[in-house]
Design a protein around this ligand. Structure first.
Ligand code: HEC
Length: 122
């Protein structure tokens, strides 16, 4: 009689384990995949901080005054690219530009993004 109870419990435990494997695993995998769409928080832009980051990382290609050089002019970039695209370009690079995701902190990336998003050709 007791054997039946024990094997019943074991069976239920196994089914529960399988349930967890089947229903929980895909969620964990999804969580590990970096989401395609990033959303950039609207933090107030510290222009001085942004310019300092720009000077030491970007100026060599994008020029003094964002006027361009090896990289394109960025004085109007806020009007031609949305924040998500700007963020992606800075963090992932591409088209001859290096990626900065491991060179800058998340805060620095967001500061630069919000700063550039405000550049609408004035
Ligand atoms: C080694 C040179 C180089 C450096 C350093 C560099 N960039 Fe670029 N950047 C480029 C090039 C080249 C492109 C054009 C890429 C393309 O057309 O796909 C570009 C494109 C961009 C764009 C998109 C502009 C557009 O109109 O398409 C943004 C925004 C940008 N860079 C921001 C930055 C920021 C911010 C930094 C500093 C963290 C930086 N870049 C550092 C070379 C550079």
């Amino acid at each position: 009689m007791q054997k039946w109870i024990v094997s019943g419990i074991v069976t239920v435990a196994c089914l529960f384990g399988i349930y967890l494997l089947v229903y929980d695993m895909p969620n964990k995998e999804n969580a590990a995949v970096p989401s395609e769409s990033v959303s950039i928080p609207d933090t107030p832009v510290d222009a001085d901080a942004a310019m300092q980051i720009y000077r030491s990382n970007c100026l060599s290609c994008h020029g003094d005054q964002l006027s361009g050089g090896f990289g394109p002019n960025l004085t109007n970039v806020g009007a031609t690219m949305d924040k998500e695209t700007i963020y992606k370009q800075i963090s992932q690079g591409g088209g001859g530009m290096p990626k900065f995701e491991s060179k800058l902190t998340e805060d620095e990336l967001i500061t630069l993004t919000n700063w550039l998003a405000g550049k609408k050709g004035d």
